[in-house]
Design a protein around this ligand. Structure first.
Ligand code: FAD
Length: 381
């Protein structure tokens, strides 16, 4: 039997792994991707899929500009048959204290300085863009009308399909079980269905990163954290943007099909990759959101699920080369990674090809933790 070989092996079939495979295949690189379950089965398909320009660090704002310009045309670029459901319904970040409002003002000043037209709203302005809100206790908000929503599954599948069409091999239901290594160099992967030799291996497993990096002796500070979401039955479409409340971290939005998606980050949630969800979440999120959006009272919940964030100490991603030769890493995007897939696919392909990335992302380097160069993202949920 002949040896299985590829130029690049990608581990993980989330939106980042599939975007990397697409960008590499487009350049004629022989690429193979392994996903232990189905494409979009991890964080990507479990995401709230909010899109935004509104970040509080320069690098994320610059990347967001690239991504927010790409995503509306992604379906055509990837020649995908199903709708990616891009919907610029807007995104509100709501402050309940002066310090929260000060931070939002700083974020907006940074965004404006980079050509992003977000604004600060007072409670009357909030009511104008989201008439259904109970604005009691709200001091103000930041808002961008071009922020919005995408369907996370079709976005993930669209990258996977395009990669395949361009020649990438995608193996689902195929876990990578180890790395082929010698002398601090990786030269392939071990999978449930045999070994593959590869000139470069990309770890794109997000919340599962510690296990995979451990196979080549790397200790990566990415901690999984469970996050739950629920979805309601559809109700009549109303003017309502994605809304995030900084008092308790609850958030919700209306999807294009009329359903409402509700989330809340419980600080006591377990730090693992389990997909279990709880009654406690259902009660807590409903209580919190209905108080702020009274018209949702009585709307029925149809489904609830859990997905893992991959959290780093500064809640910023890790991207690029690693101390191990031929082993590349992307992950740790906290609760905002879905929308960064277009830029990460392009940048990772550029790095793997030995080119300068189109944007300087050196602040995301693997070594920043031991160098003490953390740069926290203030606009995190
Ligand atoms: C509840 C929730 C809400 C979110 N809301 C938003 C939002 O509004 N906006 C936003 O932009 N982002 C959001 N995110 C974050 C976003 O979903 C993630 O940052 C992003 O999807 C990460 O993509 P990924 O490809 O890195 O990881 P994943 O999608 O997790 O993909 C990693 C894949 O690796 C696979 N894998 C693991 N181990 C192995 C192995 N050994 N072999 C083979 N395959 C393996 C997994 O099965 C998984 O499919 C949210 C996340 C959650 C959980």
């Amino acid at each position: 039997m002949g040896r299985n070989t590829a130029d690049v092996a990608v581990i993980g079939g989330g939106v980042h792994g599939c975007s990397i495979a697409y960008h590499l295949a487009k350049r004629g690189v022989k690429t193979v991707l392994f996903e232990k379950d189905y494409l979009s089965s991890g964080s990507s398909g479990r995401s709230a899929a909010g899109l935004r320009y509104q970040f509080g660090t320069e690098v994320n704002c610059r990347l967001a500009k690239y991504n927010m310009e790409k995503i509306p045309h992604l379906q055509e670029e990837l020649e995908y048959k199903a709708d990616l459901e891009y919907d610029p319904a807007g995104y509100l970040w709501i402050a309940y204290s002066e310090s929260q409002l000060d931070q939002l003002k700083k974020n907006v000043a940074l965004q404006n300085s980079l050509g992003i037209d977000s604004v600060i709203l007072d409670p009357a302005g909030i009511k104008e863009v989201a008439p259904g809100l109970n604005v009691e206790g709200m001091l103000g908000a930041s808002f961008n009308q071009k922020d919005g929503h995408v369907n996370p599954h079709t976005m993930n599948f669209a990258y996977g399909d395009a990669a395949r069409r361009l020649g990438a091999e995608i193996h689902t239901k195929t876990a990578v079980t180890g790395l082929l290594t010698d002398n601090e160099k990786v030269w392939g992967v071990k999978t449930e269905k045999g070994d593959w030799e590869a000139g470069a291996v990309v770890c794109a497993v997000n919340a599962w990163a510690r296990e995979v990096c451990g196979w080549c002796g790397l200790d990566v500070p990415v901690t999984p954290e469970r996050h739950q979401i629920l979805i309601t039955e559809p109700v009549e479409r109303m003017k309502h943007p994605m809304t995030l409340c900084l008092d308790d971290g609850s958030y919700w939005k209306q999807c294009p099909n009329g359903t409402f998606m509700l989330g809340w980050g419980n600080p006591d949630e377990k730090k693992d990759t389990s997909y279990e969800s709880s009654w406690q979440f259902l009660e807590e999120v409903s209580k919190r959101v209905v108080a702020k959006m009274p018209c949702l009272k009585g709307v029925r919940v149809v489904r609830q699920w859990t997905g893992p964030y991959g959290i780093t100490p500064d809640e910023q991603a890790i991207m690029g080369t690693t101390p191990v030769e031929n082993f590349y890493f992307v992950g740790g995007w906290s609760g905002h990674g879905l929308q960064f897939a277009p830029s990460s696919g392009r940048i990772m392909s550029e790095i793997i090809m030995g080119e300068e990335p189109f944007l300087d992302i050196s602040c995301f380097r693997f070594s920043r933790f031991e160098e003490g160069c953390l740069f926290p993202e203030p606009a995190c949920i």
